[in-house]
Design a protein around this ligand. Structure first.
Ligand code: 6PG
Length: 251
């Protein structure tokens, strides 16, 4: 395994917060206000990547009241399931219901992955073009929220999967995801490792072992560990159950 270099040689800053989901949601929203606001002040616009799954369910609703000029933020997803955008399994639909619609995020800010496409490889290539047009290549996302699977996957990059070795494509199709549904679109490691501010969120005891490994083992090859090691600045949001196997956690 080779490790992803950090986007700059700057020293790494990581904060781990263990709290109840409501407090983690407040923290997430205030970080988004600060980080996206700073990006807009410095560069005129900002980029923001969001996940699906429980991290999206618990954190995205907190963005509805956030003080962010969403018209100047480009919103992308870490991954998408191969379903239409109104399907209950769609990560886009989840974000739309919990955040994009209630916060009136303009459609021009939203760059969803087209999981409904018959030809997923073509959809991945087209999405990569959109990503590069808005964020450059390789992209440096201002804020990226990733959930974590119980196996340590992030986006739709699963442990030991050949796609972890991808060095060229920024977006790829997956047809053998161990988490259903099997067909997906995902950002690859070259796209995930350049985030200026990475937020990893995990809830529940099923995540405790991979979180302990990712934070405690500098040689871990888990996708979540690789993305965290590459991040210049990161915030890890955990509920007490997900933090249950960290050194010093109550037993
Ligand atoms: C998805 C995701 C995926 C998710 C993890 C964790 O398609 O589901 O984007 O990467 O973040 O699988 O999901 P849970 O928090 O629901 O376990």
């Amino acid at each position: 395994m080779h490790d992803e270099p950090r986007a700059s040689g700057a020293p790494q800053m990581r904060e781990v917060v263990v709290d109840a989901p409501a407090a983690l949601g407040e923290r997430f929203a205030s970080c988004c206000e600060d980080e996206l606001g700073r990006a807009m002040a410095e560069r005129g616009s900002a980029s923001f990547v969001v996940t699906g799954g429980s991290a999206a369910e618990l954190l995205l609703p907190r963005l509805v009241g956030a003080r962010v000029a969403w018209s100047r933020v480009h919103v992308f997803w870490s991954d998408e399931r191969a379903v239409p955008p109104d399907d209950p399994q769609s990560n886009y639909r989840l974000a739309r219901e919990l955040w994009l619609d209630p916060a009136r995020v303009p459609a021009t800010s939203v760059h969803r992955m087209h999981g409904e496409a018959e030809d997923l490889a073509a959809a991945a290539a087209a999405h990569e073009g959109e990503l590069i047009a808005k964020c450059g290549a390789p992209p440096r996302f201002d804020v990226m929220l990733l959930g974590v699977g119980p196996d340590g996957h992030v986006a739709s990059l699963f442990p030991e999967h050949p796609l972890l070795a991808e060095e060229r494509k920024l977006v790829a199709a997956v047809d053998d995801s161990p988490k259903p549904p099997p067909r997906r679109l995902t950002l690859t490691l070259p796209a995930l490792v350049g985030a200026r501010f990475l937020v990893v969120a995990a809830f529940g005891a099923a995540k405790a072992a991979v979180i302990a490994q990712a934070l405690g083992d500098p040689a871990s090859s888990l996708p979540v560990a690789r993305v965290l090691r590459a991040a210049e600045r990161s915030l890890v949001l955990l509920d007490a159950d997900a933090a249950g196997r960290l050194a010093g956690a109550p037993r």
